[in-house]
Design a protein around this ligand. Structure first.
Ligand code: HEC
Length: 126
């Protein structure tokens, strides 16, 4: 009786030890791969911060689409036919012009501006 209990306790302990070992091994192995994919969409322009078109669209929808609806002409001109390049778009956003307000870093960070300009630039080519 006593021996059977000991064997059972040993078995339970062994299973627990295996489970713990399994958990502690899989957790660190998963995180490096999960952290990587976000940093791959860097534009060819050599910008320091990586541009992200989804982020760019979100910023556009929040700050720009009211005057450039979906990138088309509204209060502001169409951005799909603009001759401005990515740098020109960034300058326009930071400086503003005429009825277009300037957007400073508190509203659109440098990183967000990279994504926004890449997004606006991508509208043009469609
Ligand atoms: C209050 C309305 C308004 C908002 C908001 C606005 N714009 Fe404009 N935008 C304009 C107007 C008006 C012009 C034309 C300015 C001029 O040349 O007098 C313009 C011009 C531009 C141009 C230059 C187009 C060209 O070919 O010369 C770009 C690029 C642009 N806007 C991008 C943006 C982006 C990106 C945002 C969001 C961060 C934005 N705009 C938000 C009104 C707006």
């Amino acid at each position: 009786m006593v021996r059977r209990n000991l064997a059972f306790v040993a078995l339970v302990f062994a299973v627990l030890a295996l489970l713990l070992a399994g958990c502690s091994q899989s957790a660190p192995a998963a995180s490096p791969t999960a952290a990587k994919p976000a940093a791959t969409a860097a534009p060819a322009g050599g910008a320091a911060a990586a541009a992200n078109l989804d982020e760019g669209k979100a910023i556009f929808d929040k700050n720009c689409t009211g005057c450039h609806p979906g990138g088309d002409k509204g209060v502001g001109p169409s951005l799909k036919t603009t001759s401005k390049d990515v740098q020109g778009i960034k300058t326009q956003v930071r400086s503003g012009k005429g009825q277009m307000p300037a957007f400073d870093k508190n509203t659109i960070s440098d990183q967000q501006l990279e994504s926004l300009a890449a997004y606006v630039d991508s509208l043009k080519k469609k």
